[in-house]
Design a protein around this ligand. Structure first.
Ligand code: ATP
Ligand code: MG
Ligand code: MG
Ligand code: MG
Length: 562
């Protein structure tokens, strides 16, 4: 491509409003421009890198028989009401009305659309498993859009969804996805780590996040210094110090955490184990612990039990979230997703339990007949301690260390959460209707662009690796008015193109200083400078990554590049 014909608006100055290296460099080298907070145009260079990222993703998806489709961004509110997420998703969901005053959302994710799509078309177990994916623009009205493409309000995601007749089949696809994701991030050249992000933490198989290790990461990973244990502290590591009186605890009766599939299951459990005064319950919904908190004078029987099964959930990301939760208006409740290790939930909830049920201070178990004053010394959220560096690793091996990470991928066993709510069923071998067992698998495509931009640069600008570079070769004649340079540049341009190199040919009538400054910012893997020695047929070749330079005769170029 001739540089005079493309659109690469580089900047001489470092943009003041960009706070991390990747964002600065993407702006300076003319890759992106902001349109509104968290909303960007991807200019031609960025588009080329995105295409390469997407190509790697597509190849790895197809390799595990995940099939591409494209679903609408515009989604009717009814779908979201059916799943319970119209209310539960909160302000991150971008909502709008059409001319008939009908409500719509701009998709932040596609469980509702795909579940109903498959519900209406797939009726038999014989058509399962089925895995579908798309690469598409998503919308989330993030509270704090920042770091350029890292946390946008409009961004590109690869999202896949799988449908199964059995748990075993879901497990198999999940394993495939795990491997495909590892391949993708390896091929991208990213320094990444898969971390457990879920419930059954140690050896937990319910959900993993793929984290690029980076100082600017917004997530913190807790990992063991002497085993494979690695987890996102957001989900896995809210550890509560139970200064419980052990003697008293022995009097407590341990019962299995109930499996909740239907509202009746909840009611049954309540009528067996709970009096009116219980204010905290933990349920096992499809392998995920859901904690229901009630506070104030609220009676559990009043709790909208549907919430237990609804998607309504508050993610406890930091201590402040727990505070917020507790400070919510008296009587308000909400199911809160917490990991299995979470020993006890929150102070108000605990305090208000009288001879009730508290969970789960052991995987899969509750204690009944709990008396919080007697049995637990948790009086306030200050007693709730987050895991710290130097703590023993939860898997018993080694000590915990922290690292910052950027979440670039997330794989998740959904189970029947959506299919049950959206009444998506198939007929099993016995002819019985069963809800689809599902998984979902996301990758932040535009976030990866920011993550690679962060990783692949040095003090002089980008250092694109071959598999991601917008072009393979930057061909830079110093002075096109010089006939020898002009001719050699044209010749090499055609030869390289004929050998299938992607060449950016700086044919602009700019001063050499400008050309070199732009070339530095762009950071293509190979720069071929055509200067004074053009008349002898000699060019200067610079390898961006190592900084090595060579003088090659024009006839050698193709052979030596390969
Ligand atoms: P985060 O914790 O960073 O908010 P998430 O857990 O909400 O991300 P998921 O719902 O798991 O995100 O979405 C799948 C992937 O989409 C994420 O792993 C991430 O790579 C990407 N992603 C999510 N939110 C954004 C965003 N606002 N901008 C860019 N990419 C995003
Ligand atoms: Mg998010
Ligand atoms: Mg996350
Ligand atoms: Mg996630």
């Amino acid at each position: 491509m001739k540089q005079s014909l493309t659109f690469i608006p580089t900047l001489r100055e470092t943009p003041a409003d960009a706070d991390v290296q990747s964002h600065k460099a993407l702006l300076r080298a003319g890759f992106i421009r902001q349109n509104a907070s968290g909303v960007y145009s991807y200019l031609p260079l960025a588009k080329r890198v995105l295409t390469k990222i997407e190509q790697i993703i597509r190849e790895e998806m197809e390799a595990i028989n995940s099939i591409e489709l494209l679903m609408p961004t515009l989604q009717p509110a009814e779908l979201w009401q059916e799943s319970g997420r119209w209310d539960a998703y909160g302000p991150e969901l971008m909502r709008l009305k059409d001319r008939h005053e009908r409500d719509f959302a701009l998709g932040p994710t596609h469980e509702e659309v795909i579940t109903t799509l498959v519900r209406d078309e797939i009726k038999s177990y014989k058509k399962l498993p089925l895995t579908l994916y798309q690469i598409q623009t998503k919308f989330r009205d993030e509270k704090r859009p920042r770091f350029g493409l890292l946390r946008g309000r409009e961004f590109i995601m690869k999202d896949a969804y799988s449908f199964h007749a059995s748990r075993e089949s879901l497990d198999a696809t999940y394993e495939d996805m795990y491997r495909a994701y590892s391949n993708i991030f390896t091929r991208l050249g990213l320094n990444f780590r898969a971390v457990i992000a879920d419930a059954g933490s140690i050896g937990g198989k319910g959900t993993h996040e793929f984290m690029v290790l980076s100082k600017i990461g917004e997530d913190t990973i807790a990992y063991s210094d002497s085993s494979d244990y690695a987890a996102n502290i957001e989900m896995a590591e809210v550890i509560v110090d139970y200064q419980a009186s052990n003697a008293a605890q022995k009097e407590l009766e341990k019962v299995a955490t109930p499996d909740v599939k239907t509202i009746d299951d909840v009611s049954n459990f309540l009528s067996v184990d709970a009096a009116n005064c219980i204010k905290s319950l933990v349920f096992n919904v499809d392998g995920e612990l859901v904690v229901v908190l009630a506070r104030g004078d609220h009676e559990i029987n009043d709790i909208k039990l549907k919430n237990v099964l609804g998607a309504s959930s508050v993610e406890l990301a930091e201590e402040a979230d727990i505070k917020n939760l507790l400070n919510c208006s008296p009587g308000s409740i909400g199911p809160v997703k917490l990991p299995v290790e979470v020993k006890v939930i929150a102070d108000h909830a605990i305090k208000s339990i009288r001879n009730g049920v508290a969970g789960a201070n052991e995987d899969g178990f509750h204690y009944i007949n709990v008396n919080p004053e007697r049995d637990f010394a948790i009086n306030s959220y200050e007693d709730i301690r987050f895991i710290q560096e130097g703590d023993p690793s939860p898997d018993g091996n080694g000590t915990i260390k922290f690292a910052e990470g950027i979440e670039v991928g997330h794989i998740f066993k959904l189970g029947t959460t959506y299919s049950a709510k959206l009444n998506a069923v198939f007929l099993d071998e016995q002819g019985k209707a069963q809800p689809f067992i599902m998984g979902c698998y996301g990758i932040g495509v535009s976030r990866i662009l920011a993550a690679v931009a962060e990783q692949f640069q040095d003090d002089n600008g980008f250092v694109w690796p071959k598999q991601l570079a917008p072009y393979d070769v930057h061909l830079v004649p110093v002075n096109l008015k010089d006939e020898a340079q002009n001719q050699l540049a044209d010749e090499l341009y055609s030869v390289l193109k004929s050998y299938r190199y992607d060449v950016l040919f700086d044919d602009r009538a700019e001063r050499p200083g400008v050309k070199f400054a732009d070339a530095d910012l762009m950071g293509l893997p190979i720069r071929i400078t055509i200067g004074k020695k053009a008349s002898e047929g000699i060019v200067e070749v610079k390898v961006r990554e190592t900084g090595e330079t060579f003088e090659w005769a024009k006839e050698e170029v193709v052979d030596r590049l390969s």
